[in-house]
Design a protein around this ligand. Sequence first.
Ligand code: FES
Ligand code: FES
Length: 158
Amino acid sequence: MHKLSVAFQLNNKSVSLSVDPNDTLLDVLRNQLNLTGTKKGCGKGECGACTVILDGEAVNACLVPIMKVMGCSVQTIEGIGDAEHLHPLQEAFIDKGAIQCGYCTPGMIMSSKALLDKNKTPNQAEIREAIAGNICRCTGYVKIEEAVQAAAEKMRER
Ligand code: FES
Ligand code: FES
């Protein structure tokens, strides 16, 4: 198979690797870089489970050809917090009971983070719009919206 080199910023570190140019960003994150926090649901841009932040915008990684990220900045759920240092969104999702099976959670958090990075005081409509592409089969969304609002408050206080 013909491989090509690609280089980009991933969670604030430079990465350079040889890829199948037909792969998506999601394929490379999960299968080559072992960053399995980003989930694969539909693989067709319909569920939001694979959401990452690409140059400041929430995108479906399953729809991004890997060669398109050349020179870009990519943030995944692994880059925003860890078990010892949770991001305020991660804390709020736990505190508010916004996680059940958890499959949608990394994508929800990345969509929400892209919103809060730009808008520190989002209203309910803005939160709903930000997570409109993220499907959750478990929670009914109310607790997720509450968690994003709580995280926004926490981030304003810090
Ligand atoms: S896996 Fe990418 S949108 Fe569903
Ligand atoms: S918590 Fe199960 S899909 Fe959202």
